[in-house]
Design a protein around this ligand. Structure first.
Ligand code: FES
Ligand code: FE2
Length: 346
């Protein structure tokens, strides 16, 4: 299944690779590997952002590693040089060989899109734009104002579960919140939890608890704001917008029973200011997020143990709450079916 997903689920999906500020200058690049596909994103001298498979057309070495700035992308193995637009510029000691068309040996392209503070790539070159894929989420976060948000930090968690177990847990409509997240549960009005599903995304949302008059109550109410929004983009990206906070969760598969979740935290300096109390709020908010994440990690790792039991074959959906999860499984099954049962050639 992991291989099926690598070939038939992820290539047509948008994957987060970084923030636009990391590749703002001509020549700046960022590289990495997602589900076995090495990628590089680079800003050209024409200021266009491009994405490529980070795979040398010679012997397949990754051309660059990490991030940096360069006028050409040079593979360290035998020094083949690629321009920032991916064209092969020079290949030492290849002169005079037959059937070698340098213009056909450029880096293979991927799609790239900037959205909010981020850069996304998609292996498939053709297809709809990111905003066309997720218009409802785009409108919702646009209305919540995100241009002014400031990056505050990043964290990664390696979790001993399949990536889908983590996504399922996220999409259960708040079902587990009262049982597993006592601290978060004290901040939100679980009765107000709603899930809306769209073509390739869903939005869960809920209200904060009715604020009392203690300072703890006020701090909780400030963190959640008017309404918390938990948006999910098929198949593995989540964006949480609440009060002056935004955090993103990108779920990266690392194998059939392991994944990594990359968190990024952003805050609104306009509403928080730069005061010491704003810094304290940011610190506390990230600590709350960590606590919730630790609770979710424990759940997901335990579910993975149970799923491996010979006694378990399938569960049931709670219709009032697990609509987002069901919707995710329907989208996945469409991709699986397309892969296993391709339409007959015309
Ligand atoms: S593998 Fe890149 S130059 Fe040989
Ligand atoms: Fe949770």
């Amino acid at each position: 299944m992991a291989e099926l997903e690598r070939q038939h689920v992820f290539p047509s999906s948008w994957q987060l690779v970084g923030r636009a500020t990391q590749v703002s200058e001509p020549g700046s690049y960022l590289s990495g590997c997602f589900a076995g596909e090495p990628w590089v994103v680079v800003r050209g001298n024409d200021r266009a952002l491009r994405a490529f498979y980070n795979v040398c057309r010679h012997k397949g070495r990754e051309v660059v590693t990490g991030e940096g700035s360069a006028q050409q992308l040079v593979c360290g193995y035998h020094a083949w040089r690629y321009d920032l637009d991916g064209k092969l510029r020079s290949a030492p000691r290849m002169a005079g060989i037959q059937n070698f068309a340098r213009e056909e040996m450029g880096l293979k392209p991927m799609s790239v899109a900037c959205w909010g503070p981020w850069v996304f790539i998609r292996q498939d070159g053709d297809g709809s734009s990111l905003v066309q894929d997720f218009p409802e989420v785009d409108t919702t976060v646009e209305q919540s104002g995100w241009e002014q948000l400031r990056f505050a930090g990043r964290k990664s968690w390696v979790i001993e579960c399949n990536w889908k177990v983590y996504v399922d847990n996220y999409l259960d409509g708040g079902y587990h919140v009262p049982h597993m997240h006592p601290s978060l549960n004290a901040q939100i009005d679980i009765a107000s939890y709603r899930t809306e599903t769209y073509a390739r995304s869903s939005i869960q949302s809920c209200n904060p608890i009715e604020a009392g008059n203690t300072s703890t109550d006020r701090a909780r109410a400030l963190r959640i704001g008017e309404r918390a929004i938990y948006a999910w983009l098929y198949p593995n990206f989540m964006l949480n917008r609440y009060g002056p906070c935004l955090d993103s969760n990108h779920v990266v598969p690392l194998g059939p029973t392991r994944c990594r979740v990359d968190y990024e935290f952003f805050f609104d300096p306009d509403s928080l200011g730069d005061t010491a109390s704003a810094q304290a709020f940011i610190k506390q908010s990230i600590e709350q997020s960590d606590l919730t994440q630790q609770e979710d990690v424990a759940i997901c790792e335990s579910v993975q143990v149970g799923l491996a039991s010979t006694s378990y074959d399938r569960g049931r959906y709670a219709p009032q709450v697990e609509r987002g999860e069901h919707h995710f499984h329907c989208l996945l099954s469409e991709d699986y079916r397309r892969a296993l049962d391709p339409p007959p050639a015309p």
